[in-house]
Design a protein around this ligand. Sequence first.
Ligand SMILES: [Zn+2]
Length: 168
Amino acid sequence: MRDTLVLNASFEPLSTVTLNRAIVLVLQDKAVVEQAHPELRMRGAAVDIPAPRVIRLCRYVRVPFRRQAPWSRRGVLVRDRHRCAYCGRRATTVDHVVPRSRGGQDTWLNTVASCAEDNHRKADRTPEQAGMPLLREPFEPTPADAMLLTLGAEEFAALPDWLATDAA
Ligand SMILES: [Zn+2]
């Protein structure tokens, strides 16, 4: 996937995101296209727009000089796309892999999205003790992910189904 350069509202380069994420930001009116690919267009039932090569955020974001995103419950849910780490259904809570009562911390690598049932069932145990293996390992969001968290983009999303890429 080609990367798109993201400029702050002040035109200062911030980061790159995948083309998919760039399109989502434009469709959500969080960014405007500054420069488009000359040949590549995104086509769907309702839209036909040039694939952005450079986008600019509509709102100025202050980017802290840190490489990692600060941990937050909401950030964990967004990172995991609101999918339960134990059963894959919709998640509304955040579970500590190593429970806080056993010294587990509020960190990206120790927390996962979880449905309320599994969070309750796992209770004060590790996944091994509870016999509830993780469907995927938790990870640290990249700086680009962190920027999207700052923006509040709801999903680290793929394109809507109705959009397809094609080269003219
Ligand atoms: Zn679950």
